[in-house]
Design a protein around this ligand. Structure first.
Ligand code: PLP
Length: 386
């Protein structure tokens, strides 16, 4: 789907679907339950854990943007990951990337420790290690591209082909880009999922998730599990996220424009050792990004000179950037992955994945670029004063 088509589909999602009053915007249905027409004669919805009109409208909108068959809205992004885990039995093998979001890493490693499935954690850019893992015939391979927080990329199409050869399902975390910039199902993946808390809602006032499947049958199986274990999203959150979705393409455009300028500024800064941003031609994933994404996104991370003391001084001297966990909201956020988003990883695994104590992650907001750059310039200058 072209960006123009995505822009129109996002704005039009849920418009003019109210048959009773002609409400232009999709109404919000807060009712937990729905009357039957009569004995054993159900309407489309009967109980909001199972199905809710507002949630269904949002689910359909995301499924359309991701070019999938079924969308399942969950209460959080982690609930979306946990939902996918319901496909696994004790003897099934899962392969996850060694540098995925800390919460996903924690969930998979802890469920595996309890014997819910077998797990291989692998550097998915290490072709030999990945081939060795795939030779063990996993049931599921999780991809996260770009990865949180190091912005590493995997060639989704190529890896998916290798996974399908051994009969594995491929699920891609598309949180960092959103369907406006990447559509993994079109690259062959079976499942795409998001923390809608981030770019899709985009205003830092909802925690939510979504899973979209390419095939109808797989989607129905996951929808059954979502109801069974009770992790479906609320009507109000769905309403807000649908509202946020309408401006997703236009927000992303501004986020990206700012991020490109921030990346260039950081690259030349003496207080910075290295910047991780796929838009740089020397980024190892640059060519993959150009091939499978329609933009480089607005997330980046960097290693600051002076270690954790410099990180602290930087944070103490910023006023526009907010020190906070999340990402993808209109406001600029900054975080320290080792003590925040990836604190759930054991130190050895974290360092092995390349997440050092000097690492800082930025979610570039849509404020005026001169204000963003002035704030960073001031903070970085102060970070180097002894
Ligand atoms: N996936 C990625 C890439 C994330 O960054 C996050 C949260 O930061 C999640 C999944 C989990 O989402 P949530 O916090 O909505 O549960």
């Amino acid at each position: 789907m072209s960006i123009n088509k995505i822009t129109t589909a996002a704005v039009q999602a849920g418009i003019n679907i109210d048959p009773h009053h002609g409400a232009v915007v999709a109404p919000i249905y807060l009712s937990s339950t729905y009357s039957l027409k009569g004995f054993n004669d159900k309407r489309e919805f009967d109980y909001s854990r199972t199905g809710n009109p507002t949630r269904a409208t949002f689910a359909q909108a995301i499924a359309t943007l991701e070019q999938g068959s079924v969308g399942i809205v969950t209460s959080t992004g982690m609930a979306a990951v946990h939902l996918i885990c319901q496909l696994l039995s004790t003897d099934d093998l899962v392969v996850i990337p060694h540098d995925c979001y800390g919460g996903s890493f924690r969930l998979f490693t802890h469920l595996a420790k309890r014997g819910q499935f077998k797990l291989i954690v692998v550097d998915q850019n290490d072709q030999k290690a990945l081939a060795k893992a795939l030779a063990q015939k996993p049931k599921l391979v999780l991809l996260e591209s770009p990865s949180n927080p190091l912005l590493r990329l995997v060639d989704i199409e190529q890896v998916t082909k290798a996974c399908h050869k051994v009969g594995a399902l491929v699920a891609v975390d598309n949180t960092f880009l959103s369907p406006a910039l990447q559509q993994p199902l079109l690259l062959g993946a079976d499942i795409v999922f998001h923390s809608t808390t981030k770019y899709i809602n985009g205003h830092s006032d909802v925690v939510g998730g979504v899973v979209v499947t390419k095939e109808q049958a797989l989607g129905e199986e996951l929808a059954w599990w979502a109801n069974c274990i009770g992790i479906t999203g609320s009507a109000f959150d769905s309403f807000l996220a649908l509202r946020g979705l309408k401006t997703l393409p236009i927000r992303i455009k501004q986020h990206q424009e700012n991020a490109e300028k921030v990346a260039a500024f950081l690259k030349n800064h003496t207080a910075i050792d290295v910047v991780y941003y796929p838009g740089f031609t020397d980024h190892p994933g640059h060519d993959i990004a150009k091939k499978q994404q329609s933009g480089f996104g607005a997330m980046l991370s960097f290693e600051i000179t002076g270690g954790v003391n410099a990180v602290k001084k930087l944070f103490d001297n910023l006023s526009l950037f907010t020190l906070a966990q999340s990402l993808g909201g209109v406001e600029s956020l900054i975080s320290h992955p080792p003590t925040m988003t990836h604190a759930g990883m054991e130190e050895a695994a974290r360092l092995e994945a390349g997440i050092t104590d000097s690492l800082v992650r930025i979610s570039v907001g849509i404020e005026a670029i001169e204000d963003i750059l002035a704030d960073l310039a001031h903070g970085l200058e102060q970070s180097q004063i002894a």
